[in-house]
Design a protein around this ligand. Structure first.
Ligand code: PMV
Length: 331
């Protein structure tokens, strides 16, 4: 049986969430230790018809030519997929059409460790893995532009009007700075450890984005000042990252958290985890992604400091933590 494979990974936003929606720059880091894999195979291959192939995991009620999806929440025909899978379903349909596979009967299997709705880019990572697997299956050339378009199909379903940051960051190998739809790789010389802590509360990106828009309407002076402030922290933070200045980075993360709190996108749960991280010696900590739930990131000096910070974050309510080493890039 022909099989295609693809993967993508989680991301965190170091600076610029929300402000990026209003035109400011943002800095995002790929978290390659937290990945999503997809495999795609043709179910209606000759082998299948002759009955020599293993039955498809999702083949139970499939009509010939119908495509299916296999995940840990649902396995079966695409058309019967639950609302939670609306974004991957839209991406699969767009890819089948783009790669000339419509009506071929394709099974797409998605596995991964990126928790859903925690601001870690799970929807973009799932979409990215699917796009790569289906392009691989079709033997199709996948330009960066086509990749981003196809991931964007799913992101629109998942988030309404996304900035596009997640689609870039979940495919990037290095930190990026993103502005006006364009991502640039950031050279970086910082050695430190990012601790990612899941508050256990589902993030509400759509609602948080709407509440920032409403803040901007209600505060015509302070709102734009906060957007500009968050954008400036992203610009200056990018320099700190490039120059290897973790203390300054941490201080800017704390400043960004203050602004995000003022915008109303933090929450008592997130604030508690941020305070615990700083109390345990982190250089700085802030929410990451849409907020009002989701994850907190903290910057620690090294693995040992990161362990202390992670423990404190768990004691403050985090249900899971991950550590990601910043090693500095070769460039
Ligand atoms: O919650 P996430 O990881 O999807 O991040 C959202 C980031 C926002 O800036 C709030 C929205 C966006 O589209 O960039």
């Amino acid at each position: 049986l022909r099989t295609g494979r693809g993967s993508a990974h989680a991301k965190v936003i170091l600076f610029g969430e929300h402000a990026v929606v209003h035109g400011a720059p943002a800095v995002a880091l790929p978290i390659d230790g937290l990945g999503v894999c997809a495999t795609a195979r043709l179910l209606d291959d000759v082998d299948d018809v002759e009955g020599s192939a293993a039955p498809a995991a999702s083949d139970v009620e499939r009509r010939p030519g119908e495509s299916t999806i296999v995940t840990d929440v649902y396995s079966g025909p695409l058309d019967g997929a639950p609302e939670l899978l609306e974004s991957p379903r839209a991406v699969i349909l767009a890819c089948l059409e783009e790669f000339g596979l419509s009506g071929s009967g394709v099974e797409v299997t998605v596995t991964g460790e990126v928790p859903h709705a925690r601001g870690l880019g799970s929807s973009a990572a799932v979409a990215g893995a699917i796009v790569r697997a289906l392009a691989d299956l079709a033997g199709a050339e996948l330009s960066q532009e086509l990749y981003l378009d196809l991931v964007g199909v799913g992101e629109k379903v998942a988030h309404g009007a996304p900035s596009g940051l997640d689609a870039h960051a979940t495919a990037a190998a290095e930190p990026i700075i993103f502005e006006a739809g364009v991502a640039r790789v950031l050279p970086h010389r910082t050695r430190a450890v990012i601790v990612v802590a899941d508050s256990g509360v589902a993030g509400r990106t759509r609602r948080a984005v709407a509440s920032v828009t409403s803040f901007l309407e209600r505060h015509p002076l302070r709102g734009p000042a906060l957007m500009a402030g968050l954008g400036a922290l992203a610009q200056q933070g990018a320099l700190d990252l490039a120059q290897g200045r973790p203390e300054q980075l941490g201080a800017k993360m704390a400043e960004a958290q203050g602004m995000l709190r003022e915008l109303g996108v933090s929450s008592p749960e997130l604030d508690r985890i941020v305070d615990a991280a700083v109390g345990a010696g982190a250089y700085g900590a802030k929410l990451t992604g849409g907020g009002q739930g989701g994850c907190v990131i903290a910057l620690a000096a090294d693995d040992e400091a990161a362990r202390r910070v992670a423990t404190a974050m768990r004691l403050a309510g985090a249900v899971a933590t991950w550590q990601h080493r910043l090693e500095g890039s070769s460039s």
